[in-house]
Design a protein around this ligand. Structure first.
Ligand code: DAH
Length: 345
């Protein structure tokens, strides 16, 4: 038996070394050490030996097992290391800069949309303004005719910043506070758009992100009517989406406008026949609008007898998705090159 053990031990290194993958090694290990392995078979013969011989053979078996186990472990470590290196090599991203190579980067779809929207409105005679993303309660709510404890505050799930008195500083929930800043800083007439990033306490799904973008619009002049607003929004719709898409206004409520409306466009997915994205209505909701509320004009020191105006606020990301027929806003923020590459310029 001692000879048998020695033979198995001597043959083991070559067998272990011959295993070229972790799976193959597992099979070799089972042959040598497993329940039906050759050493285990020998061990079964121990019972038939006299005590002295049993002690001697038993010790030889244990030694052989120990040395084979060490061989197997060393080989396993080497094979696992090689397999990991192969995976890393296969998944490696080549980030070497190659000038003149045709897979050059491009502006993100949000940036492209931002620029495009601003261009459309500049073409219609608007100027562009921006405001801070960290706002005070006054600009984000109070000045917009949403006093503390007003039930309409529930329309915006707000993220507050731990600064000053509790709930006085926040991440702006919409771009509407920029209206207030523009009206306090510039005398009318005002024709301005205000694109920007906004924040809400929201869980990401196909139509929501906790961080997204809006574009706000504000017109303040003499004798501005609801019809001016409807005409402006329809002109914008065909400039941005093309002549086959039209807009409609639906009665709604916002504290800072009266009357208020919801701005919808023909569904770009089904062109009006009804589909899952438009909930079978044929229309897509893109934002709100309305005639600036007299209280808002008063809050910024404008005479509501002399000046009237309208305002609107649209989801910028949503405008981009609808224009390109994409039905999940999370695509915008996944950073997946396969998505981004579809919008090269
Ligand atoms: N600020 C609103 C929101 O985020 C959208 C909005 C509605 C803006 C009506 C407006 C407006 O300027 O007039 O839900």
């Amino acid at each position: 038996m001692i000879d048998d053990i020695e033979r198995i031990r001597a043959a083991a290194p070559a067998a272990v070394e011959a295993a070229s993958s972790v799976d193959e090694l597992r099979a070799v290990e089972a042959d040598l050490l497993g329940r039906r392995g050759s050493l285990t078979e020998l061990k079964k013969g121990l019972g038939a030996l006299d005590p002295d011989a049993r002690r001697e053979v038993g010790a030889a078996l244990n030694l052989a097992r120990g040395s084979i186990e060490e061989l197997v472990e060393a080989r396993r470590a080497a094979l696992e290391g090689a397999e990991r290196a192969a995976v890393i090599a296969a998944e490696r991203l080549d980030l070497t800069e190659r000038t003149g190579h045709r897979t050059r980067g491009a502006l993100h779809l949000v940036t492209q949309t931002w620029d495009r929207l601003v261009d459309v409105f500049i073409g219609m005679g608007f100027t562009v303004a921006e405001g801070p993303e960290v706002e005070t309660d006054w600009y984000n709510f109070e000045a917009l005719n949403i006093p503390a404890a007003h039930p309409a505050r529930g329309m915006w799930d707000t993220l507050y910043v731990d600064l000053g008195d509790p709930e006085t500083v926040l991440l702006r929930t919409h771009t509407s506070p920029v209206q207030i800043r523009v009206m306090t800083e510039t005398p009318p007439p005002i024709y301005a758009v205000m694109p920007g990033r906004v924040y809400r306490r929201d869980t990401a799904d196909a139509t929501h992100m906790p961080v997204f973008h809006q574009i706000e619009g504000l017109v303040i002049d003499r004798d501005i009517s609801f019809a001016d607003m409807a005409g402006t929004l329809e002109a914008f719709t065909s400039a941005y989406f093309g002549g086959s898409i039209h807009s409609r206004l639906r009665p709604s409520y916002f504290p800072f406008t009266e009357p208020s409306a919801e701005y919808d466009i023909n569904c770009v997915f089904c062109e009006g026949s009804g589909c899952r994205t438009c909930s079978q209505t044929g229309w897509l909701e893109l934002g709100g609008c309305g005639m600036v509320h007299p209280n808002v004009l008063r809050n910024v020191g404008l005479d509501g007898e002399e000046w009237t105006g309208f305002a609107f606020g649209f989801g910028l990301d949503r405008l981009a998705l609808m224009r390109h027929g994409v039905d999940d806003i999370r695509e915008m923020y996944s950073g997946d090159v396969r998505f981004l590459e579809q919008f090269p310029s």
